[in-house]
Design a protein around this ligand. Sequence first.
Ligand SMILES: [Zn+2]
Length: 458
Amino acid sequence: MPDANALHDRIASNADRDLNDLLNLLRIPSVSTDPSRTSAMRETVDYLSRDLQAAGFQTSVWETGGHPALFAERTIDASKPTVLVYGHYDVQPADPLELWDSDPFDPQIVDGRIVARGASDDKGQVYAHVKAVLALHEATGTLPCNVKFLIEGEEEIGSPNLGATVEAHGKDLQSDVVLISDGAMLPGPTPTLTYGLRGLAYLEVRVTTADRDLHSGAYGGAAPNPIQALAEMIAGLKDDQGRITVPAFYDHVRELGDDERTQLERVPFDADAFQNDAGLTATPGEPGYSVLERLWARPTLDVNGIGGGFQGEGSKTVIPNTAFAKISCRLVPDQDPAAIANALEAHLKRVAPHNANVEVLQHAHGRWALSPLDGDGMTAATQAIRAVDGVDPVYVRTGGSIPVVADFQRLLGSDVVLLDMGLESDRIHSPNETFDVALYHRGIRVSAEFFRAIGQGG
Ligand SMILES: [Zn+2]
């Protein structure tokens, strides 16, 4: 058990070095989508490997078919729990360059914030974990628990090889808890832990009622109209209260427990500000649930696009033969994405009027993820935040989906803790991306405390 004071003294005395090392990391232009940056990708992997080796880790570079992934591990005691830190070293392109106040790959510190591409997403955040294990190693010669790192280089292009990598290296990646820092905490800054993400089912539906477009004078009155048919089908997918009418849609939806409702009340969420920020005319939805509950803990069905018929200027007297729509559902525990997609497909085919021919194409599904609030990972993260920030974290879910999180839960059976270190105002993916210097140093402390808490058994 490392002494807490010795550890924090070490982190404090490392502050300048840790900051300079991050700035050097940010100087390497690891833009995954840019084929001219292949050597920069390798350079970044080497850079991170050296740090992890200095912290006593064994590192290996995993070839993926795309950009390589860095794997590192240090096992100190097989009977102790193991944490897998996941992050990514690749960054978004910097374009448009003219909107940057300085070179995106020549980091500057302006008003206490590092300005550089990748500062917050995700180099600064994943590197805080690297510096945390280095500080633990330097302060004590060991680690409080077993730690592994998987730092991939293709997150910003959709992690095309990550699923196969996780599957191929399932044994290496075995862990009790997966720790990810790749997001924004609530404003304040308010120490935040994310424990739930929604899943996704995505369908495309095409309605066809004739083998060609028809003259509306010669056929109007006797020919079915696919746009009308599709519009009626879509309109019927919700009742007048906003509830989704697809049979069995809600069957496996898990209601929020009292514990979660209590936590939800602690979230500083202002529904009016939410409405105003987006310029929404209203915030309609399923009755009986708050806006936040609807965003985080209830499933949705939304039409993402619709098309068909004459779209040109002026008029054309035509009865089109086909129309299409794209429909997505955000899903929550314990809905099964494939089952929901099948139920929606069957329902659309059943309700199609005029014997219309309905074809449905199912796009990729994504599973939701949920980590128990009283699990070892969330408990340790809570202790770490209390130790560093002196307050309890706010526990949030998010309405979006991060497929890798569900993959880790499914393939490794690990709890996933999302310990966000950045801020919404970090301008990730935009010009002048930033990361708050103080939050970087705070991240190193929280990470180190997290490993200590895990080592003590949560
Ligand atoms: Zn990211």
